[in-house]
Design a binder for this molecule. Structure first.
Ligand code: HPA
Length: 286
């Protein structure tokens, strides 16, 4: 018997494919809070609001438009999530990772994740970009819990190199070449929606985290489960709680810092997508 969640994924995949003329993306992108403008670099052919697809969860956060964009970046066919759903919205993690899984089923072989994050490492400037080297999933259920979806991948998938080392090197190289403030580090996903306490941030620092956010790690796990190549960049929009004296964190601050670096971040993405595509050409099944 097919897994009921697999049947739901296939229904969503087919509904999206019917609206996009069977467009086959090679690379999938997820745009985090305030980073929606990255899509301006894209030659968009189709836009599919999540709300128009039966069975898709819909985002409620301001700054998350909530749609797929299909088109080309530097001639490479891509699908882009402009807006995502989060665990803190009250959805089961299975729903949170559904849009990413659907992009995999549409044919994407590489997933490029972006997010807004707080800098746990006090040396990280804001705004700046952190290439994700690894992650810690903290206080959020693993998206693979429950009966395994055998159609997608194995029960106990390896997670020893979630973020592809070659893609990490490529991102750093392009970022440095473009003069962007770049670093590399570990992303810790916490549940949200409250920002962390200073004690939680001290803990995150002790665990080796460079940045903290409320998305991404669950998506990376679901994507690796189905064999996608994964890379990710955090936009460090603020110093994490307690690192700045007498500072109150707000969503508006996160959005404003995202805006401040969005144009440079999108230039990096536009440059890197064709390079990722060339690098991954060997392992591609057409
Ligand atoms: N914490 C969690 N998520 C975030 C932050 C933060 O400080 N900034 C942007 N997203």
């Amino acid at each position: 018997m097919p897994h009921p969640e697999y049947e739901r994924l296939v229904r969503c995949r087919d509904a999206v494919a019917a609206k996009t003329g069977g467009f086959r993306p090679r690379i999938a992108l997820v745009l985090g809070s305030g980073l929606g403008p990255l899509a301006e670099r894209m030659d968009v052919r189709y836009a599919v609001p999540y709300a128009d697809v039966d069975g898709m969860p819909v985002s409620t956060v301001p700054g998350h438009a909530g749609r797929y964009l299909f088109g080309y970046i530097g001639g490479v066919p891509v699908v882009c999530m402009q807006g995502r759903v989060h665990f803190y919205e009250g959805l089961p993690v299975r729903d949170v990772v559904l849009p990413v899984r659907v992009m995999g089923l549409l044919g994407a072989r590489t997933l490029f994740l972006t997010n807004a994050a707080g800098g746990v490492d006090p040396a990280m400037p804001t705004p700046s970009l952190m290439v994700i080297a690894d992650h810690i999933l903290f206080g959020v259920p693993n998206p693979l819990a429950g009966p395994n979806i055998d159609e997608l991948g194995p029960r106990f998938p390896d997670m020893s190199a979630v973020y592809d080392p070659m893609l990490r090197a490529l991102l750093l190289e392009h970022g440095h070449k473009m003069g962007l403030p770049m670093s590399e580090g570990v992303y810790i996903q916490m549940s949200g929606p409250s920002f962390e306490t200073p004690a939680e941030i001290r803990m995150a620092g002790l665990l080796g985290a460079g940045a903290v956010g409320m998305s991404t790690a669950v998506e990376a796990v679901a994507a690796r489960h189905m064999g996608l190549r994964v890379c990710g960049v955090s936009c460090i929009t603020n110093k994490a709680a307690g690192l700045e004296a007498d500072h109150t964190l707000t969503h508006a601050e996160v959005m404003a810092a995202g805006d401040a670096i969005a144009a440079r971040f999108s230039a990096l993405t536009a440059a890197v997508i064709p390079a990722i595509d060339r690098l991954t050409a060997d392992s591609r099944e057409e």
